[in-house]
Write a protein that binds this ligand. Structure first.
Ligand code: PXL
Length: 278
């Protein structure tokens, strides 16, 4: 059975990171091992007074045990990481568990809407860029891409600009950068990818919905990881991820209370399964 490992936090309430990745990738038929990096009572976007239990010191112990067990994964997928030290430990995990056969996906989950999330610094961004260099795929949104490249963030851009960003992201050292939340007008929104080995660009769009729903980046990255693990090509993986993420946003629209903390991804799982079988 295909097995991936995902390394990110558990936000006990507020659907993102592990509480999105685990159900979504499992639903795609892939065994999903987890390394929780921290336990928070809620995510940090919009909630106040959340608890934060740092599990950094547990990660090398888990890795050591897994090395003795000889565990192997077809993919390693990282999301929100809580500190610079965690980035160093995850980088060592890539050295220990990355092989020529498996893939590494880094979602540099650290910013949105032109702003870094609470608690992150310029130095964290620099270290995240170094981690991205070790990945096969990275999945930033436009804010994260701007921080990684140390360039100003802009809301308005065209296809040439997106391609230029993707080329520059590949120069960080990763093979396939994937940019989420891409839009050249107010009608369509989707994602773009660049296969640097073949100098090829990929795009896929759905109708633009002018709302921000928390956790959609994690949903996109989880589905993309599952699609790559299933052997889908880049274009197909983009299509499945954009379609499912857009479905989740549409499903959440009538649920205004939920929108700010997480999307209603659960009722859309059936559609996701149809997408991967199509
Ligand atoms: O959705 C990304 C994410 C993951 N984990 C935590 C977060 C956020 C975004 O705010 O706060 C703890």
């Amino acid at each position: 059975m295909k097995k991936i490992v995902t390394i990110q936090d558990i936000s006990c309430f507020g659907k993102c990171s592990l509480t999105a990745a685990l159900p979504i990738i499992s639903a795609m038929g892939i065994e999903t091992a987890v390394i929780p990096t921290a336990v928070l009572s809620t995510h940090t976007g919009g909630f106040k007074n959340f608890t934060f239990r740092d599990l950094t010191d547990d990660i090398p112990l888990i890795a050591e045990h897994w090395k003795h067990l000889g565990l192997k994964f077809c993919g390693i997928y990282t999301g929100y990481l809580g500190s610079e030290k965690q980035i160093d430990i995850v980088s060592e995990f890539f050295d220990d568990f990355g092989t020529d056969e498996n893939f590494i996906i880094v979602d540099p989950a650290m910013a949105d809407g032109g702003q870094l999330y609470t608690g992150f610094t310029k130095n964290f961004v620099k270290k995240m860029a170094e981690l991205c260099a070790k990945a096969d795929y990275i999945i930033p949104n436009m804010t994260e891409a701007s921080f990684l490249l140390d360039i100003p963030y802009t809301e308005k851009y065209d296809e040439e600009y997106a391609k230029d960003i993707l080329r520059k992201l590949a120069k960080l050292g990763c093979k396939v950068p994937v940019l989420t939340g891409v839009h050249f007008d107010d009608k369509k929104q989707g994602a773009a990818a660049y296969d640097s080995a073949n100098d090829k660009f990929y795009f896929f769009f759905r109708n633009h919905i002018d709302v921000t729903v928390h956790g959609t980046g994690d949903i996109f990255s989880s589905v993309f990881t599952g699609a790559i693990a299933l052997g889908k090509d880049i274009q197909k993986a983009l299509e499945i991820s954009v379609n499912y993420t857009a479905d989740c946003i549409e499903e959440t629209l009538p649920e205004f209370d939920e929108m700010w903390y997480g999307s209603c991804f659960e009722p859309c799982i059936e559609k996701l399964i149809k997408y991967i079988r199509a």
